[in-house]
Write a protein of this length. Structure first.
Length: 139
């Protein structure tokens, strides 16, 4: 069995963002040479997420509004975590909701997706450098 590891780096200009990273994961899969196996993609920061869904702008706006209702950023003093001097407690909660990672089957050298599925990086406390890990195992 072979394994392949690659990191993607992001530094968003806004506090929150959703970025389609499917093509970058597909590129890593091509680089790996793996034809059959599994591909793990995970956010390596506790205020960011990786998830699978549709690449539709209305859905992403709905996610943003929904997450802000569930865990609003302000007022920042509503969260005990922010008593440490941080202002990102909401980002931790948004990450918990959206998830840390995804695993996609690799079949015939391709990501084995369902209809409309794409991989996204979700940023909830941006404006600084963060990374995503891609780990592919198989043959």
């Amino acid at each position: 069995m072979k394994s392949y590891r690659k990191e993607l780096w992001f530094n968003t200009q806004s506090r929150r963002a959703f970025i389609n990273i499917t093509s970058q994961v597909e590129e890593a899969l091509r680089e790996s040479g793996i034809k059959e196996g599994l591909c793990l993609v995970n956010a390596m920061h506790i205020t960011a997420s990786v998830f699978i869904n549709d690449d539709e702008s209305g859905l992403h706006k709905d996610y943003d509004k929904w997450l802000e209702k569930l865990a609003p950023h302000e007022p920042v003093n509503q969260y005990q975590h922010n008593d440490t001097g941080e202002d990102n407690a909401d980002a931790h909660m948004k990450r918990q909701i959206m998830g840390r990672e995804v695993v996609v089957a690799v079949t015939n050298s391709e990501l084995d997706f369902g209809t409309w599925e794409q991989i996204f990086y979700g940023e909830f406390d941006g404006k600084r450098k963060k990374r995503v890990l891609i780990k592919i195992i198989g043959e």
